[in-house]
Design a protein around this ligand. Structure first.
Ligand code: NAD
Ligand code: TYD
Length: 341
């Protein structure tokens, strides 16, 4: 049975990855290490917190002492690093925490892998490290060879971490892999990001704030497809390699917003164009040919199915997002663990 460290597993993609592993991999035991920042929510793991194959540890990846103690205790077979500050708008207001968590936190984990001879370190990165593409060149896509060209403090911090990961591979032969994925959507997505924000505002008949002209393009991937890509990279990916992950699902923001309104039976008068994000990337588009060719990965969920499943999930799981909106989720750790510590 493999012992896997998942950092940032109380967040959106890390949480989905833990559910995915526990459901699909009976050979895995998972340790979730998460600082429970505003974006971390133990209710995301609620159903599986009592699973004997999951251990939750509250901690910060920049805390070298805590990370080393955990590695010593657990002797991990693999580390998958999802822990990050992930919201571009917040990085524009407060860049420093992005540099600390996303770069220095990555370095601590890499050092721990070297010290304890972990067999694989996987860095969960983003297509945002490539910058953006012009709207009038639909023939252009990001490949793994596209130069890094970042726009926001968030993407700059993720690109810095990627450079560090590759430097550790070259210098110390740390067995690393990197995945660079396009925008994810699906269950447990924190409601400050585009898709969940628009679903929840529409449900509550609140204005839907679209930045700029709404024509910015994102390449949307259902989160479970991303989880499967990471599983494949851990199993069959070549050490020292970068894999782009994306589903050729390019949509303008305004199209996404209109799809949500239509499906929820709400009118387009809720759409409100607001001041644009500074440095706003125009278009992201991933070429996933390498992961398809080498590992046989292809996305399984179309955008139409995925967005419907996502809306259904938010409709059925009101308590999850109502607790976030009211701030109650931040007391959950105390409620869940206070008596056990
Ligand atoms: P998220 O913001 O939903 O979750 C981040 C998690 O990391 C939270 O649980 C938070 O508590 C935890 N965390 C933050 N700082 C920490 C620290 N110092 N120590 C330990 N834990 C800490 O983010 P997400 O959307 O799930 O993204 C996960 C990863 O995937 C990130 O690295 C992000 O860059 C990358 N990524 C995200 C997308 C996307 O569309 N969301 C796309 C590609 C790549
Ligand atoms: P976001 O979910 O923040 O992801 P990212 O910027 O990392 O791609 O935003 C997705 C797109 O939606 C991006 O072009 C910005 C836009 N957007 C809005 O128009 N309104 C909003 O309220 C938010 C949060 C995002």
């Amino acid at each position: 049975m493999k012992n896997i460290l998942v950092t940032g597993g109380a967040g959106f993609i890390g949480g989905n990855f833990i559910h995915y592993l526990l459901q699909n991999r009976s050979d895995c035991r998972v340790v979730c290490f998460d600082a429970l920042t505003y974006a971390g929510n133990l209710e995301t793991l609620g159903e599986v917190l009592d699973n004997p194959r999951l251990r939750f540890v509250h901690g910060d990846i920049t805390d070298r002492g805590a990370v080393y103690r955990l590695f010593e205790e657990e002797g991990f077979d693999a580390v998958v690093n999802f822990a990050a500050e992930s919201h571009v708008d917040r990085s524009i207001d407060t860049p420093e925490i992005f540099l600390k968590t996303n770069i220095l936190g990555t370095q601590v984990l890499l050092d721990a892998c070297n010290k304890f001879q972990t067999k694989r370190y996987h860095q969960v990165s983003t297509d945002e490290v490539y910058g953006d593409l012009p709207l009038d060149r639909p023939d252009l896509f990001f490949t793994e060879e596209t130069p890094l060209h970042t726009s926001s403090p968030y993407s700059a911090s993720k690109a810095s971490a990627d450079l560090l990961v590759m430097a550790y591979y070259r210098t110390y032969s740390t067995p690393v892999t990197i995945s660079r994925c396009s925008n994810n959507y699906g269950p447990y997505h924190f409601p400050e990001k585009l898709i969940p924000l628009m679903i929840l505002n529409a449900l509550e008949d609140k204005p839907l704030p679209v930045y700029g002209d709404g024509k910015n393009v994102r390449d949307w991937l259902y989160v479970e497809d991303h989880c499967r890509a990471i599983e494949l990279i851990l199993e069959k990916g070549r050490v020292g390699e970068i894999y782009n992950v994306g589903g050729h699902n390019e949509k303008q923001n305004i199209e996404v917003v209109k799809t949500i309104l239509k499906a929820l039976g709400k009118g387009e008068e809720l759409i409100t164009f607001v001041r644009d994000r500074p440095g706003h990337d125009r278009r992201y588009a991933i070429d996933p040919a390498k992961i398809h060719r080498e590992l046989g990965w292809l996305p399984r969920t179309s955008f139409d199915d995925g967005i419907q499943k996502t809306m259904d999930w938010y409709l059925k799981n009101r308590a999850w997002w109502e607790h976030i909106r009211s701030g109650d989720y931040q007391n959950y750790y105390e409620k869940q663990y206070g008596m056990r510590l």
